[in-house]
Structure formats: C-alpha cells, structure tokens
Design a protein around this ligand. Structure first.
Ligand SMILES: Cc1cc2nc3c(=O)[nH]c(=O)nc-3n(C[C@H](O)[C@H](O)[C@H](O)COP(=O)(O)OP(=O)(O)OC[C@H]3O[C@@H](n4cnc5c(N)ncnc54)[C@H](O)[C@@H]3O)c2cc1C
Length: 430
C-alpha cells in the first residue's frame, strides 16, 4: 500500500513553481505528499536564463536584484551561498541635457500625482511640462513602457524608483544592486537541487495544453514532445504560468478567475564582445548610458563586454532588425552606439561575437498594480490555482515569483491543517 496521502501537480518550473514546490516539500503537513512539477522546456528557471559565452555568464533574462527592495531574493542568495557582486549600473553617464535636472523636476511633480490617478504618466507630464518636455523626460528615463497609456503617474514613479538605471532620479539614489556571478540561473538551479533532495519529482518537456472542464471539476491536460497526452485530475493542481500564457490556454482568462486585468511588454537584450575594451578610454567602464535612439540603455560591463536592453516598441524594433539579417542588425547596433556616444560609426570597433534574446512577453503585470492583488487566483470551483509574479506588488521581478510561490503553498498548508483538525475532531466525536 502506498504511503502517499495527497498529490500536488505544479505546472511551470520557473522561480514561482520551484518555490511553491519547495515550501510544500519542507512543511510537516505535506510530509507524505507526492509533489510533481511539469515543465514544457528541458530546463528549470523560466525567464531566469543564463548562458555562458566567451568565458562570461550572461543573463539573457532576469539579471539583477536590490538588497533593499528584493529582500527575499537577497535572503535566498545568502542562504544558498551563491556568489554575488555589485551590479554597477546605477551610475548613469548623463548624455541628455535634461538628465541633469531630472531628479529635481520629478521631485517637484511628485506631490501632484494624487490628483492624476486615472491619467497616463505621459499625459500627467504634458499637463505640467508641455508635450515636448514630457517626451524629453520619458526619453531620458530609458524605459519605453513609461509612455504606455496604461502607466499611471504612480506606477511610473514606482518604476523609476525601483530600477537601478533610474533610481538616481529618486530618493532611492543610494540603493544597492547586485547580480549573481554565475547568473540568475544559479539561483533557480540551486533551488531545483534542494527540491530534488526533498523528493519533488520534475517532469520536463511536458506542456500544459488545456484546462478542461469535467463534471464538477477541472483537469490539466499535458502533452509531451511526441504528442502523448496525460490528464491530471487528482489533488491540488497549480499553474505557475504568466498571464499572457494563461490567456492562450484559457480563452476566458482572466474573467473566469478575477476582476483584475493584465498587460505585458516585450524585452530585448543584445550582448557584444570586442578584441579590446575600447570604452575604457571614454571613461565608460561600469557605466550605463541612456540614449534617445533605439538602443535606449547601453551598458559597459567592466573590461568584458557591452550590452543593451530595451522594452516595448524598441524591443520589437530590434527583433525586426535581427530578422532582416545578422549583418543588418550588427551595422544598426554599431551606428546607434556611435550616435549615443557622439562618435563616428567607423571609430566603434566591430564586435567579434555577440548574442541576444527577445522575449515577446518579457515583463508581465497587473494593470491595476495594487498591493491588494491576491498572490494567487482560483477557478470558481477552486479546482485549479494560478499563481505568478504578475499577481504581486513585485510584478516583473523574481521577488514577486518567490512571494507568489510561497504564499500559495502556505495557503494550501493552512487549508490542509484546518481540514485535518476538523477531521480529527469528527473522528474524536464519533
Ligand atoms: C529580459 C528580462 C529581464 C528581467 N530582469 C529581471 C531582473 O533584473 N531582476 C528580476 O528580479 N527579474 C527580472 N525579470 C523578471 C523575472 O524573470 C520574472 O519575474 C520571473 O522569472 C518570474 O518567474 P515565474 O516563475 O513566475 O515565471 P517564469 O520565469 O516565466 O516561469 C514560468 C515557467 O513555466 C513554463 N511554462 C510556460 N508555459 C507552460 C506550459 N504551457 N506548460 C508547461 N510549462 C510552461 C515556462 O517554460 C517557465 O519555465 C526579467 C525578465 C526578463 C524576460
């Protein structure tokens, strides 16, 4: 006879899914449970994805954390003894005149945001600064999402305060940012190994293709890379996919689950290696330059490599450039780097190697973005639980994934303990 008391199926082996599995596996309540994680890819980590090129660990996805804001990430990194180093890109090389007065300007406008709750940030800026200066401000901040109609002034201020490149324009100017020496995949890999030791089973190349209604419940339908299907109908069924993926699976997401609504933005990162660190003599080592051209944020990492990082329209722009041919893409990058630094394109050396990654739904968020958003959602009949970093006030960050995974697991443990006690009382009464 099996000792298994209960089963939990978790879909998705990103940080949310692994933390949820680990929290359950560590709890006394779930001691004899069968915990299974199903992942469509052949690796864990999701949008935390590190690659190793030219002797360097490169974070193609999540790349940095702040010890004051991402306290759970920081805590895990220390507990797991992962090596970390200062992420130096809080040091902006001012390249646009407005950047010199931007902190003062944003400080002055901040008390007024209360009166403009339902407006976009760009509209808010235009009201006080005029259209042209409003555009200059957004250009100087480097994140194109700030110009989206759904970004309110308070969300925009939150973005500015909580990103390393822009925190210098806010009161968070001294916050400390770090990256992992072996990349963010080292964190998800270490957590994965812990989960394995605690008996969690991982099943790779298993894609959730449908959430199917059957009698009074819902089942998860998984398909492997050979097209073989299996149905998960027992126990707790937890789906840790971001909202954009939920929408593809369930045409009624999010309305069947919640009144909140969700959005996402594409992201693109490009990395370039050169024979010589030519940026050193320009005094750019470990600095970031925010440009008005499609490169937007240009980083000079030590003497090792250069990378750029864009969101929104400009992420789509670079994906389109690359699809027109590698040489076309490389020439455009070189021209825009030169433009950003006020140099001639010929003076910028040709990169000897490069890599990039485009994420169609890189960052996902709740449009309402409020602290009251629950960490997880359930279908009306409670048979499936959905959780994501996007449901937390740390949406778009690994911190949100940790919070969502942990809170959901704790809610299940609490529910189970209540049921157990009720059951014990019933038995005693009989
Ligand atoms: C370019 C980029 C830069 C970022 N920078 C940072 C940063 O600097 N710092 C930071 O903290 N965060 C950053 N983030 C955000 C961070 O990566 C996410 O917040 C975090 O990865 C969310 O974890 P998750 O587990 O909720 O989702 P995911 O990481 O998306 O994991 C979901 C998992 O589910 C799997 N999956 C999806 N669909 C299915 C399916 N149908 N069936 C089975 N499995 C499925 C996926 O393969 C994936 O493994 C960045 C993200 C990107 C893309």
């Amino acid at each position: 006879m099996s000792n298994i008391e209960h089963s939990v199926s978790i879909v998705g082996a990103g940080i949310s899914g692994i933390i949820c599995a680990l929290t359950l596996a560590r709890s006394q309540t779930c001691k004899n449970w069968s915990i299974n994680v199903y992942e469509q890819k052949s690796r864990v980590g999701g949008r935390a994805h590190t690659t190793f090129i030219n002797d360097q660990f490169l974070d193609l996805g999540a790349g940095r954390f702040c010890s004051q804001i991402h306290v759970n990430v920081y805590e895990l990194v220390k507990t797991l003894n992962l090596e970390y180093e200062t992420f130096p890109f809080t040091q902006l090389k001012a390249s646009q005149p407005i950047q010199k007065e931007l902190k003062q300007l944003l400080d002055n406008l901040k008390p007024l945001i209360k009166e403009h709750r339902n407006e976009s940030f760009s509209h808010f800026l235009s009201t006080y600064l005029g259209k042209n200066k409003a555009l200059d401000v957004i250009m100087a901040l480097g994140y194109d999402s700030l110009s989206l109609p759904i970004i309110s002034p308070s969300i925009a201020y939150d973005i500015i305060e909580k990103h390393p490149e822009t925190q210098g324009f806010s009161e968070n100017i001294g916050y400390q940012w770090y990256n992992l020496k072996e990349g963010f995949s080292a964190l998800t890999q270490a957590l994965y190994e812990q989960a394995l030791l605690l008996g969690v089973n991982f099943h790779f190349n298993q894609e959730l293709v449908a959430i199917e209604h059957s009698f009074d419940s819902h089942n998860l339908i998984l398909e492997d890379h050979k097209g073989l299907r299996q149905t998960l109908s027992e126990g707790y069924k937890i789906v840790t996919l971001p909202p954009s993926r939920m929408q593809q699976l369930d045409s009624e997401f999010p309305t069947r689950w919640t009144d909140y609504s969700y959005g996402s933005s594409p992201l693109f990162k490009g990395f370039f290696f050169y024979s010589e660190p030519w940026w050193q003599e320009l005094g750019l080592t470990d600095h970031v330059v925010i440009t008005r051209n499609p490169i937007r944020k240009l980083y000079f990492k030590d003497s090792k490599y250069v990378f750029f990082y864009t969101d929104g329209e400009n992420a789509l722009y670079w994906q389109d450039m690359f699809s027109q041919g590698e040489q076309h893409y490389l020439q455009a990058v070189r021209n825009f780097i030169a433009d950003a630094l006020n140099q001639s394109p010929e003076s910028i050396p040709v990169a000897h190697s490069h890599t990039h990654k485009f994420w169609i739904h890189g960052v996902e968020f709740s449009k309402e973005c409020c602290p009251e958003h629950p960490f997880y959602l359930t279908l009306g009949d409670d048979s499936v639980i959905s959780l994501s970093d996007a449901y937390t006030h740390h949406c778009g960050w690994m911190e949100g994934g940790i919070l969502a995974g942990r809170h959901t697991a704790q809610a299940i443990i609490a529910k189970q303990s209540t049921q157990h006690h009720t059951h014990e009382k019933e038995v005693a009464y009989i």
